[in-house]
Design a binder for this molecule. Structure first.
Ligand SMILES: Nc1ncnc2c1ncn2[C@@H]1O[C@H](COP(=O)(O)OP(=O)(O)OP(=O)(O)O)[C@@H](O)[C@H]1O
Ligand SMILES: [Mg+2]
Length: 326
C-alpha cells in the first residue's frame, strides 16, 4: 500500500512558523492539505500501522538528525546502514549534507576499497539527490523538496530501509526529512552544550526549563505526520563519544536525558564510547563489522566492545522485521 500526500507550509521561516501555520490551519482551515504551497512526498505506513501489517514494497525511513554539528550523525548512519545491509536488508542511503557528503564519501570509499580487494560485501545503495529543472516548478514550489521526493521515490521500490543522514544545521531539506521519519535517531555528544539544542536547563543542570530549537522542530514534524494520519515518529536519542570514567557530568547528562525523554517523548538508546575504530575505517569505507571479512583474525577488546555497542543500538531501534544476528 502506498500513500502520497502533501505537506504544506514547510516554510523557510523555521519551525515556529511551521508550528503556528499548522495549528492555525487545523483550527480555521480544514482544507489545509489542499493549499498551493505543497510538496508531493511519498510517505510509508510502518509496522505500527493499522493491523500491524507491513507491506514489503514500502521502505521504512530512518532519519539521523541533530542540528548540532559533529554529534556523530554520519558515524551512526554508516554503522546502522552497513549493519542492516550485512543482515540481508536492502538499504538505501541519502546524504542531505550536500557539501560535506560524509556518508556519500564513505560509501564511495567502500566501493573503491572492496574493488581493490576483489571482495564483495553487503553494502547500502547510495543515492544522490537528483537535479530538478527549476523551469518546471510551479510558483512557490521548492526545488529541494522535489529533489528529496525524487530521491526517496528512486530508492523506495528496491529498499526495505532508507537511511537519511542530515546536516549539522537547520536546513529546509533536513526539516522536511524529519517529517518523513518512521524512526529518528539523534546522536548527542555527552555535553550540555549539545543537550542545549534539545532543552534549556537551569544552572545546576537539574531542572528542565523548556524545549529548545531542535525538539521544537521534531515536534512540528510530528504534528505534520499526525495531521496526515501517519504513525508517530519513533524518536531515539543516543549519547556518543562517552568517556570511560564515571564523571559527574556523565551522570548529570544521564539523569537530564532520562527526565527529558518522558517530557518530550523519545527513547534513550545505549550509546557509543569514544573509540578510535569509529573513525579510523572511514578511508576504506569499512565498519568494524566488516573486519573479519577482510581477513582480520582476532578483534581486539576495544573492537569487540564497539561491535557490542553497535549491536545494542540496532537492537534498541526495534526496526520492523530486523532480528539482530551479528
Ligand atoms: N564514538 C566515536 N568515537 C570516536 N570518534 C568519533 C565517534 N563518533 C564520531 N567520531 C568522530 O567525530 C567526528 C564527528 O563525527 P560525525 O562526522 O559522525 O558527526 P556529524 O554529526 O555527522 O557531523 P556533521 O554535523 O558535521 O555532519 C568525526 O571525526 C568522527 O570520526
Ligand atoms: Mg555528518
Amino acid at each position: 500500500m502506498r500513500r502520497a500526500f502533501s505537506i504544506l507550509r514547510i516554510t523557510s521561516a523555521g519551525p515556529r512558523c511551521v508550528l503556528r501555520a499548522t495549528r492555525g490551519a487545523v483550527r480555521t482551515r480544514p482544507s489545509f492539505l489542499d493549499l498551493t504551497h505543497k510538496i508531493q512526498l511519498k510517505l510509508p505506513p510502518t509496522h505500527r500501522d493499522v493491523g500491524q501489517v507491513r507491506d514489503k514494497a514500502v521502505a521504512h525511513i530512518i532519519v539521523v538528525g541533530n542540528e548540532k554539528g559533529g554529534a556523530g550523525k554520519s558515524t551512526v548512519s554508516m554503522h546502522v546502514a552497513t549493519a542492516l545491509s550485512r543482515m540481508g536488508h536492502r538499504v538505501g542511503v541519502l546524504d542531505l549534507d550536500l557539501r560535506q557528503r560524509s556518508v556519500g564519501r564513505y560509501l564511495e570509499n567502500r566501493q573503491r576499497h572492496l574493488q581493490d580487494l576483489g571482495l564483495t560485501l553487503a553494502s547500502p545503495r547510495y543515492q544522490e539527490l537528483p537535479e530538478v529543472d527549476k523551469a518546471n516548478l510551479a510558483p512557490g514550489e521548492n526545488a529541494y523538496d522535489h529533489r528529496l521526493s525524487k530521491a526517496v521515490a528512486a530508492l523506495e521500490p528496491d529498499c526495505d530501509f532508507i537511511l537519511i543522514d542530515c546536516p549539522g544545521s537547520h536546513t529546509r531539506l533536513a526539516q522536511v526529512a524529519h517529517s518523513l521519519a518512521d524512526t529518528l535517531i539523534t546522536p548527542l555528544n555527552d555535553s550540555f552544550v549539545d543537550f542545549d539544542l534539545l532543552a534549556r536547563i537551569d544552572n545546576d543542570g537539574e531542572k528542565i526549563m523548556g524545549p529548545s530549537v531542535y525538539s521544537e522542530m521534531v515536534w512540528s514534524a510530528r504534528q505534520l505526520r499526525a495531521q496526515a494520519g501517519l504513525p508517530p515518529i519513533d524518536w531515539i536519542v543516543l549519547r556518543n563519544r562517552l568517556g570511560a570514567q564515571q564523571m559527574v557530568n556523565k551522570m548529570k547528562m544521564e539523569k537530564a536525558l532520562e527526565r527529558l525523554s518522558k517530557r518530550i517523548g523519545f527513547r534513550v538508546a545505549p550509546g557509543f564510547s569514544e573509540r578510535v575504530v569509529f573513525r579510523e575505517l572511514f578511508p576504506r569505507g569499512l565498519t568494524l563489522l566488516d573486519l573479519k571479512d577482510i581477513g582480520v583474525k582476532q578483534l581486539n577488546i576495544s573492537n569487540v566492545a564497539a561491535r557490542q555497542e553497535v549491536r545494542d543500538l540496532v537492537k534498541a531501534l526495534q526496526l520492523p522485521d530486523v532480528e539482530v544476528n551479528f
